[in-house]
Write a protein that binds this ligand. Structure first.
Ligand code: PLP
Length: 370
């Protein structure tokens, strides 16, 4: 079944569904961008038309995040995982620890990269032993006042938890991986010295990684590392130190405009909360489906759930029947199994409603198998 406009409902965690209106715009100007006689994918990044694209995308992103002149905004490559290594490579110091709050598999990987660089990660708190089903708790005195920085992940895509507040020490730099919830809610983004996010969930197609960095920190970055790893080099060249990921940046610019038109982050937060409430309420009243995630820590972006206590045969039936009915990407991350519905900015309320109807229908047909 095709849900609408020949498109299925895509609940995948990323690359994820994008606003239909943006894709239609891309389609309409794909072969001949702004009467240039060529496609955006054929155009030099030195073309004034592309320079306009990247500078507009940059200002839109900064404005939406409420970041001022004291921040630089970059569109890099290599994904969020590249940042796991690039941040400590620039700002790691052999005499100081890097505080890591381990709230899921992605912070674990970031921690591993720090160790690989022979730097000193300090695991402040972790909920790995309870499968990350809640956010770790820690006190200010557990943090190191001399740390090079503290590392967070704001939304734990795989396990479905999300920080509402970030406990850190004044005077210690902070870094946040916002790959799966950037632009989804109102937040004081200027509380962080460095924010990064792979584009492929809430910003646009895979390829580019948005990095916002406090200018006064950039200068403290190491200069004895290859230039390609230095934030200062990318800033000096306006994100064009190497050939940028032009197509992804172009679509990101259009998605950012779409966000502005929907009332900015406040507008999206209220839509996202409404969608998440619908799905969690459905799960909570069910004796068949179950969200094991600690209630106050639940993510409004990635809703992770199980059938019963993890009935794998039924879960796999659920995924294949859902796929056949036009709901794709519902299989949980391979590291944790189960089911997951990613309901990023571009996912509609109607899609979530339709999913709950499918879930109900599946329940009626399979409840005796549990
Ligand atoms: C929170 C988070 N961090 C990092 C990554 C890795 O991103 P990438 O594939 O862009 O390196 C992901 C991917 O899903 C993620 O969700």
């Amino acid at each position: 079944m095709l849900a609408f406009n020949n498109r299925i409902f895509n609940f995948g965690a990323g690359p994820a569904t994008l606003p239909l209106s943006v894709m239609q715009e891309v389609e309409s100007e794909f072969l001949n961008y702004q009467s240039s006689g060529m496609s955006i994918v054929e155009m030099s990044h030195r073309n004034p038309l592309f320079e306009e694209i990247i500078s507009t995308a940059r200002s839109r992103a900064k404005k939406l995040l409420g970041l001022g002149q004291d921040y630089e905004l970059l569109f890099l490559q290599g994904g969020a995982r590249h940042q796991f290594a690039m941040v400590p490579t620039n700002f790691g110091n052999h005499d100081r620890v890097i505080d890591v709050i381990d709230s899921g598999v992605w912070t674990k990987f970031a921690h591993q990269e720090i160790s690989r660089l022979k730097l000193m990660p300090h695991l402040v708190a972790s909920t790995e032993s309870t499968k990350y089903q809640s956010l770790p708790k820690y006190r200010p005195e557990d943090l190191d006042p001399k740390a090079s920085y503290i590392h967070f992940c704001s939304n734990n895509t795989v396990v479905g938890t999300q920080w509402k507040e970030f406990l850190k020490l004044k005077g210690v730099r902070s870094v946040v991986d916002m790959s799966s919830d950037i632009f989804s809610r109102v937040l004081d983004f200027a509380q962080f010295d460095l924010i990064y996010a792979g584009a492929q969930k809430n910003i646009g197609p895979a390829g580019t990684t948005l990095v916002a960095i406090k200018k006064d920190w950039v200068d403290q970055g190491r200069k004895d590392i290859p230039e390609i790893f230095q934030y200062s080099a990318h800033i000096k060249h306006d994100s064009m130190y190497n050939t940028p990921c032009c197509f992804s940046i172009y679509v990101c610019g259009l998605v950012l405009k779409w966000i502005e038109d929907r009332g900015g982050l406040a507008g999206l937060e209220s839509e996202n909360t409404r969608k998440a409430k619908l799905l969690y309420s459905y799960l909570d009243q069910s004796s068949f489906y179950r969200s094991a995630v600690h209630l106050p820590d639940r993510s409004i972006m990635n809703v992770v759930f199980r059938i019963g206590d993890g009935h794998e045969a039924l879960e796999s039936k659920f995924v294949s029947e859902a796929e056949a009915a036009g709901y794709s990407g519902l299989k949980g991350h391979r590291l944790v199994g189960g089911l997951r519905a990613s309901i990023y900015n571009a996912q509609s309320y109607e899609a979530v409603k339709s999913l709950t109807e499918f879930m109900d229908n599946f329940y009626e047909r399979h409840k005796l198998e549990l």
